[in-house]
Design a protein around this ligand. Sequence first.
Ligand code: FAD
Length: 520
Amino acid sequence: MRTTTGADRAETREELSRTAYDLLVIGGGILGTSVTWMAAQAGLRVAMVDAGDFAGATSSASSKLVHGGLRYLQTGNVRLVAENHRERRALAADIAPHLVKPLTFLVPIYKGGPHGAAKLGAGVFLYSALSVFGDGMGKVITPHQAMARVPALRSAGLRAAAVYGDHQMNDSRVAVMTVRAAVDAGAVVLNHAEVVGLRKTGGTVAGTVTGADLRDRLDGTEFGVSARLVLNATGPWVDHLRRMEDPDAAPSIRLSKGAHLVLRRHEPWKAALTTPIDKYRVSFAIPWEDHLLLGTTDEAYEGDPAAVSATDADIAQILDEAGHAVRDSQLRREDITYAFAGLRVLPGGPGQVAAAKRETVVTRGSGGMLSVAGGKWTTYRHIGKHVLDTLAHLPGQPLGDDLADILPAVPLPGLASPDAVAMRLWTDRDPGARMDPLVARHLATHYGSIAFDLARLIRDEPALGERIHPDGPDIWAQAVYARDSEWAATVDDVVRRRTTLTVRGLDTQDVRARIQELLG
Ligand SMILES: Cc1cc2nc3c(=O)[nH]c(=O)nc-3n(C[C@H](O)[C@H](O)[C@H](O)COP(=O)(O)OP(=O)(O)OC[C@H]3O[C@@H](n4cnc5c(N)ncnc54)[C@H](O)[C@@H]3O)c2cc1C
């Protein structure tokens, strides 16, 4: 596989410049990556570029849930929940069982809370029925049973808890594995390459979009890509790109900011909490990467998408709302290891952001560029297929004749049982030289069978088996692998999205300097 060194980036730019593509996808978040993967599977010549890192924006700022969306039952959207459940279960069972893991959720029911036990009990029952009880039956349990699963749960006023099942993931890692799947299927990809203009044939204003002008953000090189069709999958920037196509394009979306916190965890959490804050909003407290993930806020955002961040006010709100159900001892500011924010893309139009439906917006501009935004991480394959289907039947520019049927369930690279991989990583080495079981488990659940490639790196160079920071399970082989096989080109690419150093608060100056050295 091509690496991310300067020479290899130059080679990729050269390939992008000289090839006539069927499809250019602008934006390497999970939506752009999904369409790229599907299009490559269907036999199209497809290129994907991202201004920053793959999944560097919204797609690594989610709540990390692969879920049916219990809240959608509130708005009566039973069909959407059933569809989300189907995708959730397909990801967990067939596509990425190495990366997506089951998680039990409790909805604590307090005296005076916005919903009663009967309503929530019926809600979780219906929720589980919509996934054909594949994760057990939604039910109501006693406060005592709830506290046995989450000892940090507040007990005062607790009447009961409703229980249901969903899944969780490390979104950055699933995204990188999906980019890899797209490349394995034949796509050409480049991160840190910003589209600065669109190429048109037949006139600069009314012409047809047939490519883009780009600037490599790492070394400033300018280059271009030509394609029969261009897809704008730039998430919060979708209208920015639409205005490159047509300066008069009306806004198609609104943005809503959602912030999260990651905190060190002091007690075992055998389940996550979904705590109702009011009629529509919930606060999540989720055991994730040995830490606690708290969120999220939901507030209209009108600034520059690149500037979105978790503010002090967001942090105060998240801790305050988590405090409805979580004891203070688990919510200390000094335990925060990371805070981040992302932008939800909502269909344009009136209404409160918290009540708006999280739907996908697909529009076609005057230059023929298709724009897609919104939707859920959970349904990314479904959205990718839907967009490909739309591209196949575009009036005037059908790609349909050139499309092969794609298989219904192609797994992500590394598909394997994480338990089996962890066991093999541990037993493959002689006693005395064995991999730390925690490291083995970490590699198995973030790489699947690709962890064996990392083990080979360690065999050749044992120092790569050492931890990058003594307090976390990430090892040097991951940083080397990120550089050589996962397109990591900056320190943040490595510490924030290929490993878990940043979320654990372990990306110290020393760690960053050593990784910078490794990247050259
Ligand atoms: C707070 C929050 C929590 C969420 N939680 C969940 C959850 O738990 N489960 C779930 O299923 N979904 C969740 N979602 C939804 C999910 O995260 C999004 O639907 C998904 O990540 C959107 O992906 P995207 O590819 O459209 O956008 P993005 O990931 O934002 O990708 C767009 C990309 O376009 C690139 N780009 C922009 N301009 C240019 C340019 N000029 N040239 C080249 N590239 C460009 C950007 O760099 C960016 O990487 C959540 C969303 C938010 C905001």
